[in-house]
Design a protein around this ligand. Structure first.
Ligand code: SF4
Length: 422
């Protein structure tokens, strides 16, 4: 039975681009590069206990900044709570409602019940932690009044399309970022190896460790379980990337495309948001020119830009079928990067950046500009500290002024610079 059929025309509308904001700075950079919405966590009850997260003051500043730029803010309260975790939860929920966040992301039915009671006007989005993998489950959560469902990452395109026909509430799909070897965080590896509970937002990521075999009677002797001398990263999944399938997701009528990574660097967040915003704009232009979405393929230059962003390699995960060994990264914890984020613009008169990596005279830079896929190349020709003292090089986390060839006139605050490594 089709409960709330989605209007056919809305399947052609561009979905929201939803970015992670692990801190106020990341929120501002995500807004700068074109996010339609951001998600963030408070100091408690949010799955990412070791992200910087938001104090009450940062939360108010962040919501005001996002709303002033037409961007929505969703707050994560998606822990699976034990009784003790409920202490202070009502206060947190009321605070979120009072600061004007646009929705609360939840997973635990107990948390949902408290949110209903104490913040009744705040829309609720179901977290991927709730693992909605089928249409009946989606109907169930819609009947509970959830405004949006973030579908499990273990779904294929056809399953998403079927769920779309069964529910009228908003559907959100993860398109980019790290994957768990388990169902999205429902995993006890971290509890077992490190005493840190992934379901309380404190994962130590033991799925990224290198493993070996030990025979009981020879403790301390490690036998490789892969031929590769670098080790065996047996649980280490490649990162999700559905960039190539964005036209199909737009056609399927998905409402929101979510990027993972509240713990990722500001350089990563800005670059991924920039890339997906450019891709969506390209799709919109092609569709307006009459192109059929199902046969649309993004040009190669988008994937060249993708490769400049540090990752564990890419997989489409379950999107086209069941993943296999080729979707894992068994020989290493990461893929070598071709570029590193080197700084973030603080002002442009004179051009002043906060360094995030070693920066030296003569370095070849790439500047990411909103509205333009290809970064602007520039070479560092002069470097000074804030007092005008000439520098040969600058360490990370310093404010420096720089001159470049060509002169970079268009860089607004929050713009990102990266340095090519080879
Ligand atoms: S250990 Fe790995 S698979 Fe398990 S929750 Fe953490 S990131 Fe996910």
């Amino acid at each position: 039975m089709v409960l709330f059929p989605k209007e056919q025309s809305s399947a052609q509308a561009l979905p929201e681009l939803l970015a992670p904001a692990g801190s106020l700075e990341k929120l501002q950079v995500a807004v700068h590069y074109g996010a339609d919405a951001v998600y963030l966590g408070g100091k408690q009850h949010s799955l990412r206990a070791r992200a910087a997260n938001f104090s009450e003051e940062d939360l108010r500043t962040g919501v005001a900044y996002a709303h002033a730029n037409g961007v929505k803010v969703y707050a994560t309260v998606n822990i699976f709570a034990h009784n003790d975790d409920l202490d202070g939860l009502v206060t947190s929920l009321r605070l979120l409602a009072q600061t004007g966040v646009d929705a609360c992301i939840v997973a635990d039915p107990g948390v949902i019940r408290l949110a209903r009671e104490h913040a009744p006007d705040m829309p609720l989005h179901l977290s991927t932690q709730a693992n909605v993998t089928n249409q009946e489950s989606a109907v169930f959560w819609q009947e509970q009044g959830l405004a949006r469902i973030n579908l499990a990452r273990e779904l294929g395109l056809k399953e998403i399309e079927v769920i779309r026909t069964r529910v009228g509430c908003q559907l959100e799909v993860f398109v980019h970022g790290a994957l768990c070897i388990s169902y999205s965080g429902r995993c006890l590896l971290s509890t077992y190896f490190a005493g840190r509970d992934a379901n309380q937002g404190d994962c130590a990521q033991p799925c990224r460790y290198s493993y070996a075999l030990v025979e009981e009677k020879r403790p301390g002797q490690y036998f490789p379980i892969e031929e590769d001398e670098r080790g065996a990263y047996i649980f280490n999944s490649r990162d999700l990337c559905l960039l190539a399938y964005l036209p199909k997701l737009v056609k399927a009528g998905v409402d929101s495309l979510k990027i993972e990574g509240r713990m990722k660097s500001v350089g990563y967040v800005g670059a991924v948001v920039h890339l997906y915003r450019q891709a969506l704009q390209w799709i919109q232009t092609q569709a307006a020119a009459g192109a059929e979405l199902t046969s649309l393929s993004l040009p190669q230059e988008f994937f060249q830009q993708l490769n400049a962003i540090g990752t564990r390699g890419h997989t489409e995960n379950f999107f086209l079928g069941i993943p296999d060994a080729s979707d894992m990264l068994h020989h290493s914890t990461r893929i070598a990067q071709t570029a590193v984020p080197v700084g973030i613009v603080r002002s442009n008169n004179p051009l002043t950046i906060e360094t995030r990596h070693l920066l030296a005279l003569g370095d070849e830079l790439e500047c990411l500009l909103p509205g333009r896929l290809q970064p602007l190349p520039a070479r560092v020709t002069a470097l000074t500290d804030e007092k005008g003292q000439a520098l040969e090089r600058a360490n990370p986390n310093r404010l420096v002024r720089l001159s470049t060839e060509p002169v970079l006139k268009e860089l607004a605050p929050h713009s990102l610079l990266r340095k090519k490594l080879y």
